[in-house]
Design a protein around this ligand. Sequence first.
Ligand code: ZN
Ligand code: ZN
Length: 395
Amino acid sequence: MGESLDIKNLKASVRDTVDAHCHLLSELSLKIHSNPELGFQEVKAAAWLTQYLEDNGFSVECGICELPTAFRGSYGQGKPAIAILAEYDALPKLGHACGHNLIAASAVGAAVASKPAIDQFGASILVVGTPAEELYGGKAIMADRGGFDNIDIAMMVHPGTHDAATTQALACVTLEVEFFGKAAHAAARPEAGINALEAMLQSFAAINSLRQHIKDRARIHGIITDGGEAANIVPAYSAGTFLVRAEDDTYLNELKQKVINCFVGAATAIGARLEYKWGDMCYAAMHNNLTLAQLFRQNMGSLGRKIQLSYPNRGIGSTDMGNVSQLVPSIHPSVAIAPVEVAIHSDQFASAAASEAGIQGMLDAAKALALTVTDLLANPEVVARVKEEFQQQND
Ligand SMILES: [Zn+2]
Ligand SMILES: [Zn+2]
C-alpha cells in the first residue's frame, strides 16, 4: 500500500522506540530467561513485565481470569482493540527452551512502540499476559473465562528456527484410560484372572493398525502409566495417557471415536472393564488470518528478514494460541533465532533464547508487531478485511 508521510513518520518512530528500549528489553528477556518459572508460577516474570508496562504509561490489571499470573496492560480506550499476547512460562528441567522469555519482551516492546499510532488514531493496544502455555493451555482457560472478549485482533510472535508469518498447529486433546480386570496367581491360576495390562497392549496394537489409515497430519500417541504390580500377579488394573491430534476439529471428533473403538474392542477381547475420560482442556487448531499474516510479513521483510508466508514440511505440534484464533482474528508467526537443525525444547534452543540472535529476533518481532499495528490503525479497510476473512473462516 502507498504510505503517506504521516505513516512513514509513525513507522520510523516505532523503529526508534524499540531501538531506544533495546537494552531494557534485552535485560528483561535475559532476566526472565535466568529465572525460569513453570506454568502458573510465573510470579517474577509477570511482575517484571507489568512493571515495564506501568513505567511506560499502561494501566495494568493483574490476576485476570482468576489466574494469579495472568495480566492485562492497556493503553488507549478506542476501537479497534489490538492485543499482543505474551507467554513467559518455562519448561521443567529445560528452562526457557521454548524461548517464551523472548515472546514476553517482544510483546511489551511492541505495545510500547505502538503508542504514537494509538495516540494518533484513538484505538487501544493491550498486552495480554497468558501464563502456562506449555503445561496447562493457559489461553484455553482464559478463552473460556472471557479473557479475549472485546478484542478485535490478537497477535504474538514465537521464536523458532525459521521466519514464517503463519504457524500450523494441530487440534489436540488428552485422554485418560483405565482397564479393570481381575488379579490371580499368574502361574497357578491364570484362568481365574482378567489381564488389564493385556487390554492396554491390545489397545496399542489396535491404535497402531488404525494409524495406517488416518489422515497424514493426525497423531495418536500415548504412554502406559500403570501396568501392574508384580510379574506373578495377573494385572488387575492398567492405566495410560494419550494425546489425539488432528488438523481440524471435525476430523479430531471423528478420530476420537475411532480411538475409543480401539479401547472398547480391546476391553471386549480381554473381558476387562474400560473407563476413560477426555481432558477438559483441548488445544484448538490454529486458524491463521492471512490478511494479518501478509501485513506482518511485509513489515518483517522491511526489517531485512527473508520471511515466508508459511514453512512447508515442518513437524507441527499444538498451541493454545489456536483457541484464541477461533475467537479473534489472530496470527502466531515465528522468528528465527537458531539454525534449522536445532530442536525446539532442547538445551541448544534454551541457549539460543539467551543469545545475540535471540535478542535480535525479539527486537525484530517487537518492531514488526508494532509496525503491523500502525498499518492496521492507518487503514481501517484492512481491519475490515481481516474481520471478513475471520467470518468466512468460521462460518
Ligand atoms: Zn514449547
Ligand atoms: Zn512455546
